[in-house]
Design a protein around this ligand. Structure first.
Ligand code: ADP
Length: 468
């Protein structure tokens, strides 16, 4: 069941109970107080009649010192017809509680009479036909006789008013319920609007629209929930975006990998087939074996690089404080045999917090690329500079440079600007991808500044850290 419907039903139930009980209580209260008033008046009337009867009895000439039944009846008739109240009803009974006189319509049984004795002045409420009465009873003494006086007071009006009151209240309750339902419906749908909007947003997101946000329409707890939901949606969208990018990168990687594998393998299989199926002269045999060898070496270096990338991605590096100079000296020693280039090393003395083997791998790759891109005799600078935020390594060459549109792509695995040129130099487009992974481990990244035809500067910053 919908939340707004539940809210509506509950409030209708509460309203119905509240109106029902309060109406019943109110009407009944009015009825009870009216009835108490009527009872008091009935008892008073009984007292007045009793007094009047006793007084009248004193004035009757008594035969044999006794009040005759006929005189009693006469006094009763006189009392019934006198006074302002029309329709006064009374009944007189003798000592044996035998009825002596009863007004017309006084059809009540003798139960009330049986309960009446010297001490008590009693009453009861009875129903005769369609009408309600208060019946009172008392004892009276006239001369030597002890008589019983009963009166009937018509209180049907009080009962009718109660029935009328209930009827009016029932109609008012129904009307209030209809109006209340209408108002509560509006309130419930206003209160649950944020929930409806949130539900819509979840549905949109479930259908793949991660950019959809729920509209905030209130500033209460539900408004806060909407804000939190949108924040969660943002994080979700970001993560889904990252996952999609990663998936795309993985697909690109596999595609490029398959392609890079196919090229050397095609050559190897082709030349090997030629060697085994034909008798070649010595020169051609050597040439074929040479192709197989160089392509095999290329495959080997590619698999080593790939392995390095995997290690850099998933390995746990051991960072140590090392003098930056050590790294420069190592690289300098490695490239000492390369006399084709004019290497220049300039660096500030400082300690850096790195895994030195990994950073040396980066430097070697950058220097290798600089050599490949440069003409023999060109200058290649290897620089180390202390900066406010850390220590910056730069490898700068005067080689072919990289076109601006290529700059973003060259750190992707298997990406080569000039494929045939790279392959001929044992490249597979994996060097810079490896550098990027290693630098990511050091919370750094490769910054490339290149002008085609003029040269390239590749640098990265190792942030201060590990002192504590
Ligand atoms: P490779 O194994 O082919 O060298 P890398 O990932 O190291 O692969 O480099 C990717 C591509 O970036 C290279 O094919 C090359 O075209 C280009 N590149 C890298 N460094 C330089 C540089 N210093 N100058 C010009 N081009 C470069």
């Amino acid at each position: 069941m919908r939340f707004s419907l539940k809210l509506l039903l509950l409030s209708i139930i509460v309203m119905a109970l509240a109106f029902g009980f309060s109406g019943f209580y109110l009407v009944n209260y009015v009825f009870e107080t009216s009835l108490v008033r009527e009872v008091e008046q009935a008892l008073d009337e009984n007292s007045i009649l009793r007094f009047a009867f006793e007084t009248a009895a004193l004035n009757v000439p008594a035969k044999y010192d006794m009040l005759q039944d006929g005189s009693i009846e006469q006094i009763a008739v006189n009392l019934e017809n006198s006074g302002q109240s029309t329709g006064r009803m009374l009944r007189i009974s003798d000592e044996e509680k035998v009825f002596l006189y009863a007004s017309e319509g006084f059809d009540a049984d003798g139960e009330q009479l049986a309960r009446t004795d010297e001490q008590t002045k009693t009453y009861r409420i009875i129903r005769l036909g369609e009408r309600y009465y208060i019946q009172t009873g008392s004892i009276l003494r006239a001369l030597d006789r002890v008589l019983y006086l009963e009166t009937l007071r018509d209180v049907s009006e009080v009962f009718e008013e109660r029935t009328l009151g209930f009827g009016v209240y029932r109609r008012v309750t129904v009307l209030m319920l209809v109006l209340g339902t209408l108002v509560m419906y509006l309130i419930a749908s206003w209160l649950t609007k944020p929930i409806r909007l949130l539900t819509k947003a979840t549905k949109q997101m479930a259908a793949g629209d991660y950019g959809y946000r729920a509209k905030k329409v209130s500033s209460d707890e539900l408004g806060q929930l909407t804000l939190d939901f949108n924040r969660m949606a943002e994080a979700l969208e970001e993560n889904v975006g990252k996952l999609e990018d990663e998936l795309q990168a993985r697909e690109d990687f596999i595609g490029a990998f398959a392609h890079e594998l196919k090229t050397p393998l095609t050559s190897i299989i082709g030349y090997a087939d030629m060697l085994r199926s034909r008798k070649l002269d010595e020169e051609k045999s050597i040439l074929s074996a040479n192709y197989i060898y160089t392509e095999g070496r290329r495959l080997e270096s590619m698999s080593i690089r790939l392995l390095d990338i995997m290690v850099a991605k998933h390995g746990t590096p051991e960072f140590l404080q090392v003098p930056a100079e050590n790294l420069f000296l190592y690289v300098k020693e490695m490239f000492k045999t390369n006399e084709e280039m004019d290497f220049e090393y300039r660096y500030d003395a400082d300690t850096i917090f790195v895994e030195s083997d990994l950073i040396i791998t980066v430097l070697i790759n950058l220097l290798d690329n600089a050599c490949k891109a440069s003409e023999p005799g060109s200058r290649i600078e290897v620089l180390g500079k202390k900066e406010q935020e850390g220590y910056r390594f730069t490898v700068k060459d005067e080689g072919v440079g990289i076109a601006p549109e290529e700059v973003k792509k060259i750190t992707k695995a298997f990406y080569m600007v000039d494929k045939s040129r790279s392959r001929s130099r044992n490249g597979a487009g994996l060097g810079l991808a490896l550098c990027a992974e290693i630098l990511a481990l050091h919370e750094s990244r490769l910054e490339i500044d290149s002008t085609p035809g003029k040269g390239t500067a590749m640098s990265f910053l190792i942030r201060k850290g590990g002192e504590a």
